[in-house]
Design a binder for this molecule. Sequence first.
Ligand code: MD3
Ligand code: FE
Length: 215
Amino acid sequence: MIDLELFDAPEQTPLPAGVRLLRGFSLPWAAALISDIEQVIAAAPFRHMMTPGGQRMSAAMTNCGRAGWISDRSGYRYTGIDPHSTEPWPALPDSFLALARRAAEAAGFAGFAPDACLINRYTPGARMSLHQDRDELDLSAPIVSVSLGLPAVFLIGGLVRSARPARLPLVHGDVIVWGGPARMIFHGVTPIADGFHPGLGRQRINLTLRRAWIA
Ligand code: MD3
Ligand code: FE
């Protein structure tokens, strides 16, 4: 049996229980997602938030949905009002809702109803250090993350910060669902390499669809 494994190599990185990688799952929605992102950022522009420790985050962020995640000198939290516009965050676009619902369902989380979407924009060199997402009240719901534009390498750690993270390369269109035993794992993004994406140019945009609030 000759098998050089040049093609169709299986994924190398074993994923922790509760992490489901859906390669290319968002491609059918990509054009709608990008046009809806433009609508959201017209009302709620990207901004660089400050960490409670006073560092400017290298990824620029905005939100849509009933709740939006913010960071400032007072801490991390969800708010119903965008502190930049002093208006409610823009509504979750139907494209975001439909994709999140279908992806969660494919990963075994039927009935996922996100109320928040954090939109992160990375230009080359931007990164996100290892952290947990712990500001959501409903930890039974998964988080659905959607990668668009330039490629990235996700760091997937364990339930303690000291666990050495695995590296998972992601490209435009990939979706990951993190739920159950994976919901509280430490994760991050290595610095984005320079490049050009035909649809988004010199940037990576990541959507994380979340259930922040209960009912
Ligand atoms: C694992 N964003 O916004 S998404 C974040 O690519 C965030 O912008 C990264 O981490 C990004 O908080 C990574 C992947 C991700 C998101 C949420 C998770 C992984 C997760 C929640 C629990 C476990
Ligand atoms: Fe996170």
